[in-house]
Design a protein. Structure first.
Length: 524
């Protein structure tokens, strides 16, 4: 029997009983019964990719049996998830029971999604010895998510990731039970979703290479995510962050004078800007079947308050007319447009101090008034979540001090070859943080600090692409921090750093099997 390394995303408090590893299969093979086809296919793929196993569907007795249709009373020891459900068909219960005994595994759930999560727990904990025997830790686990919304925001604008690379990110998310992928698809540096109404938005970049997703490619990403029980939430960022759109269509200005040619925004007084917003929101709403569309709304630098309020209310109405519910960055609370069916995304949280004088020293003098405007956005940000809470708007927690994964590492490198990456990657404006400190937070406490009475929609990490040059850089910043975010979003049991680090140690082979070879290797 091999020495078993506990690495599952299952805190010890969730275990009804534990024991040594037991053999559940031989010959590098597992049989599986009872799973719906998509779940069976995923488990076969994951067991093969992560452990080199063959999984054979069978009828009747099997090494791994799935039983759906279980009564919810079987999971009564685990509270139902709270928050906002981002799925196209909300309400499916993800709670499950995983029982591992000598020669057999039984996964019980109310439906297919709970079974998928149970098999995910199993695949995390499998090991295979040199003789092809398959082992898992003996025990009974009854588990389920803390929050209904568990997501990652991926910036594919500042650095474009191919459809295959995005699929690899989705596969990693599935391993850690995330259920929503927020794709940041538009910004001043590019536009990544094919537009038929405004085709110059997806013109080739300076090197002539196509860096956007066709409608067919995007549909493929949505379908792949759905098979992994991940819902895609697309973002079209308006009214700011639109320089790329203005470069393609200068007429969007509609005669409006801007404070600087590099700082433009969609003005409610511009008829072309209003028409543009309606067209692109309709295209984004059509692209993904989930109930939510992210309308952006962050950092409206240079824009007057009344103009901002009017434009956010316009975009919110357009999102609603497309049959969607809106997600907006926290600044949108200042427009008073979001309601109880929408979601506010909280990202400016303590300690997020903004030092305008330090920033001024790094930019030309012509930009100093804009720096002051940015400082004002941060200064008034503590009022955003309370304003949303007063309106009953649920809040998606993404405080950048913990959940922006493009923050540099403060840890030393166990691998000296990674020192260059550690110096290069992450936004230099962010103070570095250790992996341990990135884990040292609690969503409920963060919500209370933002505003008493805040309704937590869920938890979302974010990775921004300003410092990225390739997929290896993404792997470096995501891992090992992403599993810590997953545990905070999923687990109903508070776990300490030492417990988490002990289980995390066995995950490196899984990351590498998924193609995330350049994950960060901290010295401690």
């Amino acid at each position: 029997m091999p020495e078993h390394t506990e690495r599952g995303l299952v805190p010890a408090a969730a275990l009804a009983q534990t024991g040594a590893a037991v053999r559940i299969g031989t010959g590098g093979r597992l049989t599986l019964s009872g799973a719906v086809p998509d779940t069976a296919d995923w488990f076969a793929w994951a067991a093969g990719r992560l452990h080199g196993l063959r999984v054979e569907p069978v009828h009747g007795e099997a090494d791994v049996a799935v039983r759906t249709g279980a009564d919810l009373s079987e999971f009564a020891s685990v509270a139902p998830a709270t928050g906002v459900d981002p799925r196209p068909e909300p309400g499916a219960d993800e709670r499950h029971r995983l029982e591992v005994a000598q020669g057999r595994v039984l996964v019980s759930s109310a439906g297919a999604e709970g079974a998928f999560r149970g098999l995910t727990s199993l695949v995390q904990t499998l090991s295979v010895d040199a003789d092809g025997n398959v082992w898992a830790p003996r025990g009974v686990v009854v588990d389920g998510p803390r929050y209904a919304w568990r997501s990652l925001s991926l910036d594919v604008v500042r650095h474009y990731f191919t459809p295959d690379e995005v699929r690899r990110v989705i596969d990693l998310m599935a391993l850690y039970k995330f259920n929503a992928l927020h794709l940041h698809l538009t910004d001043s540096e590019g536009w990544r979703l094919e537009s038929r109404a405004w085709p110059e938005l997806t013109r080739p970049g300076p090197d002539g290479v196509r860096e956007y997703y066709t409608r067919e490619e995007f549909a493929g990403l949505v379908a792949h995510a759905a098979r992994c029980h991940v819902t895609v939430v697309p973002e079209v960022d308006l009214p700011g962050h639109t320089r790329w759109a203005f470069d393609a269509y200068p007429e969007l200005a509609g005669g409006v004078e801007y404070p600087h040619p590099r700082l433009r925004y969609l003005h409610p007084g511009s008829e072309p800007a209003r028409r543009f917003a309606g067209d692109v929101i309709a295209e984004f709403a059509e692209a993904a079947p989930g109930p939510f569309l992210h309308l952006g709304g962050d950092e409206p630098f240079g824009m007057g308050h009344e103009d901002y309020v009017e434009f956010v209310r316009l975009t919110h109405r357009l999102v609603r007319e497309e049959g969607k519910r809106a997600v907006g960055w926290q600044e949108t609370a200042r427009a008073g447009a979001l309601g109880a069916d929408d979601v506010l995304q909280y990202w400016i949280g303590a300690p997020d101090e903004f030092d305008p004088e330090a920033v001024k020293r790094t930019v030309p003098e012509e930009f100093h008034p804009l720096v002051e405007q940015a400082a004002e956005t941060f200064r008034i940000s503590p009022g955003d979540v309370p304003a949303a809470t007063e309106r009953g708007v649920p809040v998606l927690l993404s405080p950048n001090s913990r959940l922006y994964l493009d923050r540099p590492y403060a840890d030393g490198c166990a691998d000296p070859a990674q020192e260059g990456d550690r110096d290069r990657l992450g936004l230099p404006a962010y103070p570095p943080i250790t992996v341990q400190d990135s884990f040292a937070w609690d969503p409920a406490e963060a919500a209370r600090e933002a505003a008493p009475g805040t309704v937590v929609a869920g938890v979302e990490a974010a990775i921004w692409g300003e410092s990225l040059t390739g997929f290896g850089d993404l792997a470096f910043l995501l891992l090992p921090r992403l599993p810590g975010v997953a545990e905070k979003a999923w687990s109903q049991y508070r776990t300490g750093w030492e417990d988490h680090r002990g289980r995390l140690a066995g995950h490196e082979p899984l990351w590498e099997a998924l193609g995330f070879d350049n994950h960060f290797r901290p010295a401690t």
